[in-house]
Design a protein around this ligand. Structure first.
Ligand SMILES: [Mg+2]
Length: 372
């Protein structure tokens, strides 16, 4: 049955961090009198001729059945009037806090994908703290966020985005959920199909008509069956049901370049010495690129002589690369016309690669659909 599914990757460590009732929590933080009310972030429908939707509801309001995207008119009917409180959203304020929270995320890794002001994925497989424990990092982040902005958050940790997201939903508010690779299928089996991100109302109805109610039911279905009825989305659902989600964390903060440079005292007068350095630099740059999961398409050399004359030269490669030999040969080609610098002595030599692109994890080919 698993024949058609791509090979799973359980090596990554991904955190999904989600602020708890973000907008509502911010307003409660700034006005504690709201804390015991059923607080709804959205315009009071009594002042808007019944128009408007709930942006966020606090947990008191949620106990009455109010949720995001519900019409404020309906919320007004659900909650006793003495308890309900509407506050207009202040996105300026939320954006500032969101930026503060993101700064804390970037202390852990640059591999941060923001989904909303209050929600992001972090790939901490490699991280700036050199920690092996994603749990340690996530707890640290949750604590740092509370210290800095006095707001609670929940996180889910797993080997892919789907499970990390479902994990953070699992134990809100102030949730801490970790789903290990060997637990994933059981965890998914117990979820309702409506708990799966990406399975919308219409798809849920169709699945109900096939008596599919839970993750366990999905896992029992043939992959072919799901593809037949739901096309490409069916294939995604099948993968998700089996804990497979190969999407990378698409970081928006792109590093612009990676470089090494050194000054030399005494200066360099020897061609071999210069080329050996360039070769070493190329190797070091590739190590850094691999570590950050980047490739680079432009090589830049920088030379300064004893008289502080500085020259940079750049070369664009045919395509993004992280081949040390290709970098070396390009740098050498850039260096050759500048060899006259050796006469006065080279004081500084640097090599940088730019035009960085994310190198995705195993790319899955969906040729499957072209042949059908
Ligand atoms: Mg949230």
């Amino acid at each position: 049955m698993d024949r058609l599914l791509p090979k799973n990757n359980t090596q990554r460590k991904i955190i999904h961090l989600d602020m708890d009732a973000f907008y509502a929590s911010v307003e409660m933080r700034d006005n504690p009198a709201l804390a015991n009310k059923a607080l709804i972030i959205g315009q009071d429908p009594r002042q808007t001729n019944g128009h408007g939707v709930v942006a966020t509801a606090n947990y008191v309001a949620r106990q009455y059945g109010v949720h995001s995207a519900m019409s404020t008119m309906k919320a007004l009917k659900l909650v006793p009037e003495s308890e309900i409180e509407f506050v207009k959203p202040n996105f300026e304020k939320y954006r500032v806090i969101s930026a503060q929270i993101h700064e804390l995320m970037y202390e852990l890794t640059d591999q941060v994908e923001s989904v909303a002001l209050d929600e992001a994925y972090l790939d901490v497989t490699k991280n700036k703290l050199g920690s092996y424990s994603a749990l340690e990092l996530a707890i640290k982040l949750q604590k740092n966020i509370f210290k800095k902005v006095h707001l609670n958050s929940s996180f889910g940790i797993s080997y892919n985005k789907l499970l990390a997201k479902m994990g953070s939903e699992y134990a809100k508010p102030f949730g801490r959920t970790i789903i290990l690779p060997q637990e994933a299928k059981d965890f998914l089996a117990l979820r309702k199909i409506s708990d799966f991100p990406g399975i919308g109302k219409k798809t849920q109805e169709q699945l109900h008509s096939f008596s599919v109610e839970t993750g366990a039911d999905l896992q029992k279905l043939e992959v072919d069956f799901l593809i037949k009825h739901f096309k490409k989305m069916g294939y995604v659902i099948a993968q998700h049901a089996h804990g497979i989600d190969l999407r990378p964390v698409a970081s928006q903060r792109k590093r612009k370049s990676i470089g090494v440079e050194r000054t030399f005292e005494p200066n360099i007068y020897n061609q071999d010495q210069a080329l050996t350095l360039i070769r070493n630099y190329s190797n070091q740059l590739v190590e850094k690129l691999v570590e950050k999961n980047f490739s680079a398409q432009t090589v830049v050399i920088k030379i300064r002589n004893n008289n502080f004359e500085t020259v940079t030269r750049r070369m664009k490669l045919k395509k993004a690369s992280r081949d040390p030999i290709e970098f070396f040969q390009s740098a050498k080609a850039l260096f050759t016309p500048l060899e006259y610098f050796l006469k006065d002595g080279i004081r500084l030599l640097g090599l940088t690669v730019t035009d960085l692109t994310d190198t995705n994890y195993e790319e899955v080919k969906l040729d499957l659909f072209k042949t059908r």
